[in-house]
Design a protein around this ligand. Structure first.
Ligand code: NAD
Length: 321
């Protein structure tokens, strides 16, 4: 297959591109490098340095490279930033996403995999979160992802553009080639490893009085390689029809203190932790069900051991020193 990965110079997109190349597909990465890294594009994939808003480049890329399917990872994805600057999120996550769909329609490309988020559900009404649970985003990031998911349903009905939306919580870990390098970094695993590496003095633990096994928040961490595999499986599924799948770690999730303990064990560093007040809007537990993905896509997380996930991220960090 000839596949375009938008945002393929970013964290998860580069892992998706790497997985596709590894499976023998022809891969084109399109990224504006606003948040991605040129050297994250895996060897074997070609690279187009462009913004999704650049319609002529988008269209010529789809047509010249004879693209058959698109994996759409390019987005802005910081919750706090989305609250401070919703216009940016609507323009990029909805406006530029629709521009991509228009270019696909014009070029006759009819298969898309969309990287969505469980944030479309807002504060879950029950756990684990399932696809049919109410959608009620509590920030512009989740709202814009939901708006695009909904557009996809209408684009299938009207234009026959088939798509699979994948919703998940926290990507974590690294492959040999691809790892997390966000700036600013807001994700727990790389923050904890920055403390281990002496780049931060301590990690803040926001609340230790939640009704969880150790009082800290439980989150659902999925190895980035498992996510990459899910995106590739979803390309095939997109050929069969439009749908939404939640992806979860398959277990209970991990608490903040468990992540810190795993990082201490992996790195051998003390990693000072400081208990800070709860953050508004942080639910005690967030875990997604992947029962439907297991049934329809044949996807199950294969690398869901927390310590192994943290170890892969640490190795990635150490290799780049
Ligand atoms: N990181 C997570 O835990 C997580 C969880 C759920 C969903 N997601 C979704 O997965 C996707 C990838 O997340 P990530 O953590 O790899 O983010 P990332 O910022 O590392 O990657 C996004 C990439 O998209 C590129 N990009 C953004 N807007 C663009 C545009 N207009 N034109 C061209 N390129 C553009 C950026 O330069 C970046 O390389 C996002 O859509 C995000 O919403 C991420």
């Amino acid at each position: 297959m000839q596949v375009l990965v938008t945002g393929g110079a970013g964290y998860i997109g580069s892992a998706v591109a790497e997985e596709l190349v590894g499976q023998g597909h022809v891969v084109v990465v399109l990224d504006n490098l606003a948040k991605g890294h040129r050297d994250a594009v895996p060897p074997g994939a070609s690279f187009v340095h462009a913004d999704l808003a650049d319609a002529p480049t988008l269209r010529s890329t789809l047509e010249r490279q004879r693209i058959e399917a698109v994996v759409h990872m390019a987005a802005d994805s910081l919750v706090g930033e989305s609250v401070a600057d919703p216009a940016r999120y609507y323009a990029n996550n909805v406006g530029n996403g629709l521009a991509l769909l228009d270019a696909m329609r014009a070029s006759g490309v009819a298969k898309l995999v969309f990287s969505s988020t469980v944030a479309v559900h807002g504060e879950p009404t029950k756990l684990p979160v399932e696809e049919g649970d109410p959608t009620a985003p509590i920030n512009p990031y989740g709202e814009t992802k939901l708006a695009f998911e909904r557009a996809l349903g209408w684009y299938d009905a009207a234009y026959g553009l088939r798509s699979i939306s994948l919703r998940y919580f926290n990507a974590a870990g690294a492959t040999e080639h691809c790892g997390e390098r966000h700036d600013p970094e807001t994700h727990l695993v790389p923050i904890v490893l920055e403390v281990a590496a002496g780049k931060r003095p301590h990690v803040d633990v926001f609340g230790d009085d939640y009704p969880t096994r150790d009082g800290t928040c439980v989150r659902d961490y999925i190895h980035v390689r498992d996510l990459a595999r899910a995106h590739v499986l979803a390309i095939d599924a997109a050929g069969r029809g439009t749908g939404v799948y939640n992806l979860g770690c398959g277990g209970e999730g991990s608490t903040v203190l468990e992540v810190i303990a795993a990082a201490r064990a992996v790195t051998g560093h003390p990693i000072p932790a400081r208990i800070a007040p709860r953050r508004p809007g942080d639910p005690a537990r967030l875990v997604a069900s992947s029962a439907r993905a297991a049934r329809d896509l044949g996807w199950r997380p294969a690398e869901n051991d927390l310590r192994a996930i943290v170890e892969s991220a640490w190795r990635f960090r150490e290799r780049r020193r």
